[in-house]
Ligand binder design. Structure first.
Ligand SMILES: Nc1ncnc2c1ncn2[C@@H]1O[C@H](COP(=O)(O)OP(=O)(O)OP(=O)(O)O)[C@@H](O)[C@H]1O
Length: 244
């Protein structure tokens, strides 16, 4: 199967403090890959380097066969991004933001259908400032999908969503996945990861300490549930204590 995201020996430090160390990743077309790790483990930094919005110190990155730095414009047309925090002015209406986003691309999806799918059809005329946190989060996913992308990057996919809204988002992503979209997401929620991800990578202090399927993660650990296995992989103190 075709590799959509290829990362080789990616390194990124801030003020000489390593945030991502020697990261190697291969994500195939149509795959949903979850990047996991504690706060500060390096997930956002890795995603931003892969996208080209941050410059890696070293390493090789290609997305859809393109270098995210030197082919930024071409890649922009084919990739969707959901940002963690809002980069949008509050005094813009939902419909206006969607129109503006559409105008940036040569080809695009009908945003009305997306707003409907994500339960925001009745908010088209609302100002972004009037949306709840969960509604904003869903709107940012809609914005990421307007360009009809081949790959989407979803950083902290459902943070701030209530349980029903999370399930609605999962359902939508499942549909997009069956349409062949490649998805790289970061998440702190193991239930979500289990439902959505074909494979996961676990980062710990910038290093990829596990990469494989959920079942492989569970099998590698002494536990039977993903959340326990995840904590086993990431909780250094307990493991160190066990070794004493
Ligand atoms: N602009 C920056 N300047 C300096 N240090 C940074 C910067 N951005 C991130 N870092 C540091 O790099 C490390 C990795 O941060 P990053 O945001 O990539 O982690 P994360 O896994 O996405 O965390 P979270 O789950 O909290 O979003 C952290 O120690 C963080 O403090």
């Amino acid at each position: 199967m075709e590799t959509t995201i290829h990362v080789e020996q990616l390194n990124k430090s801030y003020n000489e403090i390593p945030a991502v160390c020697n990261l190697n990743l291969q994500i195939k077309r149509g795959e949903v890959f979850g990047l996991l790790g504690a706060n500060g483990a390096g997930k956002s930094t890795a995603i931003e380097c892969i996208l080209g919005t941050k410059t890696a110190d070293s390493g090789r990155i290609s997305v859809l066969g393109l270098n995210p730095k030197s082919h930024r414009k071409q890649l922009f047309e084919r990739v969707g991004v959901q940002f963690q925090s809002t980069n949008y002015p509050d005094k813009i209406r939902v419909g206006e933001l969607c129109e503006e986003t559409m105008s940036l691309y040569k080809t695009f999806n009908d945003y009305h259908g997306l707003l409907e799918q994500f339960g925001l059809a009745d908010k088209e005329k609302a100002f972004i400032s009037e949306l709840s946190g969960g509604q904003k989060q869903r709107l940012f996913i809609v914005v990421a999908l307007i360009s009809n992308p081949e790959v989407v990057f979803l950083d902290e996919l459902t943070t701030g969503l209530d349980p029903k809204a999370r399930r609605d988002v999962w359902r939508c992503l499942d549909k997009l996945k069956s349409d062949g979209l490649t998805i790289l997401l970061s998440s702190h929620f193991m239930d979500e990861v289990e439902v959505l991800c074909d494979r996961i990578g676990i980062l710990k202090r910038g290093e990829l300490i596990f990469c494989g399927t959920i079942q492989e993660a569970i099998n590698t650990s002494p536990y039977e549930k993903l959340e326990d296995a995840y904590l086993w992989f990431t909780d250094e103190e307990e493991n160190e204590d066990e070794g004493l």
